[in-house]
Ligand binder design. Structure first.
Ligand code: GAR
Length: 321
């Protein structure tokens, strides 16, 4: 079994979603474990359950602190616990933009509406008021704009004619408790899924000028230039030639650089079979906390190393502005 992704759950209240996540994490097949339950409210009911279940807790009141300072304290506790993903479960604080950007792609939230409908407060009452046939819950990535990040999963809940906001909320919560653990599990497992990794890599590689995809010795690769005379600047390797890595292969300046990289950061780089001999380094993709900006930089650099001068000149000229 691969190592489990480490999540911190942030709560402000009852913590029933936290409980659903906690008991889901106890299943042997769970791809995540909870390393911290953190709250801005010392009396949050969920904290008592966390303590009973032996999960480390952290409390830091938001009162008397700026938003940034409060977020920084919560973040420090999460980091110290080894957190890889932050999962908001009824955490009723808007996070500062800087904090959200530092954790880009690694903060999830659950919101009790079928987003993009009813962002913000009182979604149940608003769904009833609007005469909707269904309410529901959405799990989404957190971005600086409130409740507006990519929706990862949703569950629908029928609205009864005599529903009040309270009765509807209670049923939506039942749906949330099914939805959230599953959505978190799917999301954290993405990092080891070759199709997801390849999809992400492909969109970055094909965003570079004049590129196309071409298979090489059974692996997908990316070339720059024409279909006829283009040159490979990247390959995708899914545990090829006995390696346990899912990786991007890109061109270094030569053997010295390659060996230095592998020696200095063996958790990121390795020397791939066959390709390594000609200076291609393997950048490991199936590892926690992968930084896609770093992958994008490598793709750009490798592209530059083989692109025809007419293209690199264009790019240099564009960079000057
Ligand atoms: C949940 O219904 C969750 O969707 C909602 O708060 C409740 C927390 O309940 N979150 C929001 O409204 C976020 N904007 P819980 O403490 O019992 O999990």
């Amino acid at each position: 079994m691969a190592e489990k992704a480490k999540i911190a759950v942030f709560i402000s209240g009852t913590g029933t979603n936290m409980a659903a996540l906690l008991y889901a994490s106890r299943l042997e097949s769970s791809p995540f474990e909870i390393v911290l339950i953190a709250s801005n409210i010392a009396s949050a009911d969920g904290l008592a359950l966390a303590e009973l279940e032996g999960i480390p807790t952290f409390v830091h009141s938001h009162k008397g602190h700026s938003r940034e300072d409060h977020d920084t304290a919560m973040e420090a506790a999460a980091k110290q616990a080894g957190t890889e993903f932050i999962v908001l479960a009824g955490y009723m604080r808007v996070l500062s933009d800087a904090f959200v950007e530092r954790w880009d792609g690694r903060i999830l939230n659950i919101h009790p509406s079928l987003l993009p409908k009813y962002k913000g407060l009182d979604p149940h009452a608003r769904a009833i008021e609007a005469g909707d046939s269904h309410a529901g819950a959405s799990v989404h990535l957190v971005t600086p704009e409130l409740d507006a990040g990519e929706v990862l999963a949703q569950a629908k809940v029928a609205i009864a004619p005599d529903d009040t906001a309270e009765t509807l909320q209670a049923r939506v919560k039942l749906a949330e408790h099914q939805l959230y653990p599953r959505a978190v599990a799917d999301y954290v497992a993405r990092g080891n899924d070759p199709d997801c990794l390849f999809g992400q890599l492909r969109s970055l590689a094909l965003a570079l000028p004049e590129t196309h995809e071409r298979e090489s010795h059974g692996s997908p690769g990316f070339r720059v230039g024409s279909e006829k005379s283009g040159k490979f600047f990247a390959y995708f390797s899914d545990r090829h030639h006995g390696s346990e890595h899912i990786a991007l292969l890109v061109k270094t300046s030569g053997m010295d650089e390659l060996l230095n990289l592998v020696e200095a950061q063996p958790d990121i780089y390795y020397k791939p079979a066959f390709y390594g001999a000609s200076g291609w380094v393997g950048v490991i993709l199936n590892r926690p906390n992968i930084d896609w900006d770093h992958i994008e930089e490598w793709l750009g650099r490798s592209w530059r190393a083989v692109a025809p001068a007419r293209l690199t000149k264009l790019l240099d000229a564009a960079d000057m502005f």
